[in-house]
Design a protein around this ligand. Structure first.
Ligand code: NDP
Length: 490
């Protein structure tokens, strides 16, 4: 079993607690690695290292063009080691190898290149103020030490989405991956040694949310928090940050609707809806877990969805033929099964799946695509994020009902619209309360376009120019251009 150390000040260290915990391979249902259990003492060391690098170390002397050069090297390293990093993430959280290796080589490496290009293009402004003899201009400055707390479903993606803009903006970082999937973030730091990062620039502490995570959130030298996770963890972190008036970027969960209109291309819609939830086993924040289908298509839609999803091949996420991977950890596997049981008890009809799938040659935690009908908007399955391969399908009769059902959720991360009438879809997109709306496609994201949530799905944006501005604070500078200062006490 591989034993990891945590990464602090450019060095690999044992946790001061002397304790490690096991990380499971969900495909096998067995432990495969030992992860350091960091505590407040380790967090202190990591934050101090990041602070030194920001205020007195190499980073404070690196100009924007130099930061860009470093980010380009980081992107190159990620491309070179994509296979190795992808293999570790697949082992650790069961993500399909194809869903991480290609992205690392392409659009996740592009995150580094995009923000490398932006690093020296962030400008302030000269403001024409209503005051005589005064020049006013603004600068955008980094915060200092930023803490990035990430979720287990896509640790590398989430870490890179935070790391690239935060560093380009001139900050230093302490990353805290989820206890359920820390290995790929540690492996990223191993390979990034080739990019020649100054000590303390990026530090990784591992361990438990209420221990290492809370110590990081509370540390007074941490000036900004970027959190990706569930609503419960997020609201704890936001409350703790609020006590110290720390800014927070919050990327939380979703209960995203997929609306299929009467004029939709049914085959396209069925495949779009199925691939909007099942390929990561529903373990994506933007999973379209509520299908809202025009009544005229409803029966046929449900039949086709069950046919398509019922054929999906469950298996080893390292196998390119696998379509549905395991559930990433045992406790989450139990939670998904519990949610399925609750849906059945509340009267929803399970028309596909709904039970664990035993794959004797693997032995891990698998649940096949699960489809529910006969659902009502009040049921738990319609209101709470299940984060599993579980979709609820309900009919609508007219456009107003569709929009009402789509927006009848505490969340607002994403929505999909399937229709032949693009003009109508654009009107609908305006009325959907979500940070991302897809029209006749789903799941697309690139570095250039901001992502983030409405309502309980969070606030702040990642990616794009907004993603970098989130890591910068504006300073306003006033310069007297008068030959003499007025004397306030003549
Ligand atoms: P959690 O909220 O449980 O955990 C997220 C991170 O926060 C983990 O590193 C966790 O550590 C840490 N944490 C938990 N409690 C605290 C605390 N009190 N103080 C500091 N840190 C804490 O989320 P999951 O890991 O279960 O991830 C799944 C969720 O993430 C889903 O809701 C999903 O929708 C969301 N998500 C959102 C995305 C987006 O971009 N909007 C993208 C991907 C996922 P530990 O694991 O050790 O408890």
């Amino acid at each position: 079993m591989k034993t990891y150390q945590y990464f602090c000040d450019g060095q690999w260290r044992d946790p001061s607690s002397g304790l490690w915990f096991e990380s499971d391979n969900p495909t096998r249902g067995a432990p495969w690695a030992r992860i350091p259990r960091c505590n407040a003492e380790d967090v202190e060391a990591a934050v101090q290292a990041a602070h030194r690098c920001f205020s007195t170390g190499a980073w404070s002397r690196t100009n924007a063009a130099g930061r860009g050069r470093l980010l380009r090297r980081m992107g190159d390293v990620v491309v070179r080691h994509a296979e190795q990093l992808g293999a570790i993430e697949t082992t650790d959280n069961g993500k399909r190898r194809s869903d991480i290796v290609e992205p690392l080589k392409t659009w996740l490496a592009d995150s580094f290149y995009y923000y490398a290009g932006l690093a020296d293009k962030v400008e302030g402004a000269v403001i024409p103020v209503d005051a005589p003899d005064l020049l006013n201009y603004t600068r955008r400055e980094p915060y200092g030490v930023c803490a990035c707390i990430t979720a287990w479903n896509s640790p590398l993606l989430i870490a890179i989405w935070k790391m690239a803009p935060a560093l380009a903006a001139g900050n230093t970082l302490v990353l805290k991956p989820s206890e359920h999937a820390s290995a790929s973030t540690l492996a990223l730091m191993e390979v990034l040694a080739e990019a020649d990062l100054p000590p303390g620039l990026v530090n990784v502490v591992t361990g438990f949310g209420p221990e290492a995570g809370a110590a990081l959130v509370d540390h007074p030298l941490v000036r900004l928090l970027s959190f990706t996770g569930g609503f419960t963890g997020g609201s704890h972190v936001a409350a703790a940050a609020g006590r110290q008036a720390k800014p927070v970027i919050m990327e939380l969960g979703g209960k995203s609707p997929q609306i299929v209109f009467r004029d939709a291309d049914l085959e396209l819609a069925v495949h779009g809806v199925a691939s909007g939830i099942f390929p990561p086993s529903g373990q994506s924040c933007i999973s379209g877990s509520r299908a809202i289908v025009h009544r005229s298509l409803y029966d046929q839609f449900v039949r086709s969805l069950c046919e398509v999803a019922g054929r999906a091949r469950l298996g080893d996420p390292a196998d390119p033929m696998t379509q549905v991977p395991p559930i990433a950890n045992r406790s989450h596997f139990d939670r998904v099964l519990q949610a399925i049981e609750t849906a059945k008890k509340e009267g929803a009809h399970c028309v596909l799946g709904g039970v664990p799938t035993h794959l004797p040659e693997l032995g891990g935690w698998f649940i096949g695509p699960t489809v529910f009908t006969n659902v009502t908007p009040q049921m738990q399955i319609m209101r709470e994020e299940i984060f599993g391969p579980v979709i609820a399908v309900l009919p609508f009769d007219d456009d107003e009902e569709a929009i009402r059902l789509a927006n009848d959720t505490d969340y607002g991360l994403a929505a999909g619209l399937w229709t032949a009438d693009t003009a109508r879809a654009i009107g609908f997109a305006d009325r959907i309360q979500a940070g991302t709306v897809y029209i006749n496609n789903y799941y697309n994201a690139t570095t250039q376009s901001p992502v983030g949530g409405f309502k309980r799905s969070g606030y702040g944006r990642e990616n794009g120019l907004e993603g970098m501005l989130a890591y910068l604070q504006t300073k306003s500078i006033w310069v007297s251009t008068a030959p003499h200062q007025p004397n306030p006490f003549p």
